[in-house]
Design a protein around this ligand. Structure first.
Ligand code: CMC
Length: 428
């Protein structure tokens, strides 16, 4: 095995070190490329082949369908752990002791008050504003109430900032939902677990008592574990790049929320349900929609299908599909949309177009069905994804700062006009 890669440009050879990850992944270290070649850069739109960092958080093998947080398999964690424990693991690198977990949970709870003036900001939104827009704005607004930047070298300061972020974002998410409903905003209830609290803040209304269902709590807990981290995806890269300019944690997370909103990323879970409802309204003919997805003159894509990294199957989708069946059965719900989803999946997986391009259902294909069963409205699906992804964003932001990564600033290949002289308007 060589440790050197040789690149030839215009007849000159350059050597670059090869770096190997702990799982045998290989990277050519091109940090010095531009300097030694006098300006040559790599061009890789969409960063399909570009590693932007080294990371010890998540291992993902798209060919084999493997996903591990800090070395622990996703299925192992989803079966044996809970959302807050996996959050601790993802951020700090090790499973917490009983004492560490207690301190983490208690510090999160002690930070759950959100400044009342935030409600003035919410008042300014139209009632039907998308909750992801509200969440991104409110997350950014947290900076105004807590402007001191965190000293990332100070473990205690960092710990407090992490707990504060974990604590306040679900409150804002629930408030975004309440704004849409025109209901009063709920406060955090520190007698509840993290996930119970999320559910109560979303669903409780002042006129009635809210009874938590253990089945619903478990289903949401498991679902959110699957969303915790996914290495350098669009929103996580956004969080890292915004943070690389030394923007604070709240500002960086706000940018991540905006990136997640896109229908090609976290917004796909909402888009999947809308697509399934359209198919249902249109008579349930899945073949017609498969044809549309294959038609290059039709912009329609099968939402919840395909993935930049998984070219075999998405391990999260496997767990979620099973969970969707169980949740619906447990809650006694018969959702015709699930049947359409299953028929669509079956048909697509047999179709040469999807087989050739290795397009499989991704995490978002079945997550919306579970959210629907839990009573979460479609507009809130991506917000739920954001609550799930929050620990991953925090872990990646912290790692980026502790590794003292340089400010993210890609290069470009200019293909515009060469220098020319200004032409007066009268002569154009
Ligand atoms: N339906 C129909 N054709 C598709 C689809 C789809 N969902 N996804 C990819 N293709 C085709 C695409 O047209 C292209 O065909 P061709 O080679 O003939 O030009 C080929 O497959 C490769 O697609 P790509 O767009 O180059 O692949 P990508 O890695 O850039 O995009 C993706 C990945 C997830 C953006 C894309 O598969 C997609 O748009 N899927 C639907 C949206 C979706 O479900 N997103 C959620 C992703 S998982 C949650 C998350 O991590 O955020």
């Amino acid at each position: 095995m060589s440790d050197i890669a040789i690149l030839e440009v215009d007849g000159k050879k350059y050597e670059f070190p090869i770096i190997r990850g702990t799982e045998g992944e290989v990277a050519i270290d091109l940090k010095t490329l531009r300097g030694v070649t006098g300006g040559v850069i790599t061009l890789d739109p969409g960063f399909k082949n570009t590693g932007s960092c080294v990371s010890a958080i998540t291992f993902l093998d798209g060919e084999k369908g493997i996903l591990r947080y800090r070395g622990y398999g996703l299925e192992d964690l989803a079966t044996n752990s809970n959302f807050l424990e996996v959050t601790y693991l993802t951020i700090f690198g090790e499973l917490p002791t009983k004492k560490e977990f207690k301190r983490f949970e208690e510090t999160i709870k002690s930070n759950s008050m959100v400044n009342e003036e935030m409600k003035d900001i919410i008042d300014g939104f139209p009632k039907n504003a998308h909750p992801m827009g509200i969440l991104s704005s409110l997350t950014s607004a947290l900076t105004a109430f807590d402007p001191k930047s965190v000293n990332v070298e100070d473990e205690e300061e960092m710990f407090q900032a992490i707990c504060k972020t974990m604590s306040k974002i679900p409150v804002l998410a629930a408030w975004a939902h309440k704004k849409n409903l025109g209901h009063p905003m709920n406060y955090s209830n520190n007698n509840l677990s993290y996930i119970e609290n999320v559910l109560e803040m979303l669903f409780k209304i002042p006129t009635e008592s809210y009874k938590l269902s253990p089945k619903v709590v478990n289903a949401l807990d498991q679902l959110l574990i699957l969303h915790i981290d996914h290495e350098q995806n669009c929103s996580t890269s956004t969080v890292r790049i915004v943070g690389s300019a030394h923007a604070g944690l709240f500002a960086s997370i706000a940018a991540g929320v905006s990136a997640l909103w896109g229908p090609l990323h976290g917004g796909a879970n909402q888009a999947v349900i809308e697509m399934l409802k359209d198919i249902q309204k249109d008579g349930g003919d899945v073949e017609k929609y498969i044809l549309k997805a294959k038609d290059k003159n039709d912009p329609f894509r099968l939402m919840g299908f395909g993935h930049r990294v998984y070219k075999n199957f998405d391990p999260r989708a496997k767990i979620i599909k099973k969970a969707a069946d169980e949740v619906l059965e447990d809650l006694g719900i018969d959702d015709p949309i699930l049947d359409i989803a299953k028929r669509l999946e079956e048909t697509a997986l047999k179709d040469a177009y999807f087989v050739k391009r290795k397009l499989y259902p991704n995490v978002d294909f079945y997550s919306g069905i579970i959210y629907r069963a839990l009573g979460i409205p479609t507009k809130m699906f991506t917000v739920m994804f954001a609550i799930g992804r929050l620990p991953g964003w925090i872990a990646q932001w912290r790692e980026m700062r502790l590794n003292k990564e340089p400010i993210g600033r890609p290069r470009q290949l200019y293909i515009g006009e060469n220098q020319r002289s200004f032409v007066a308007m009268s002569e154009r």
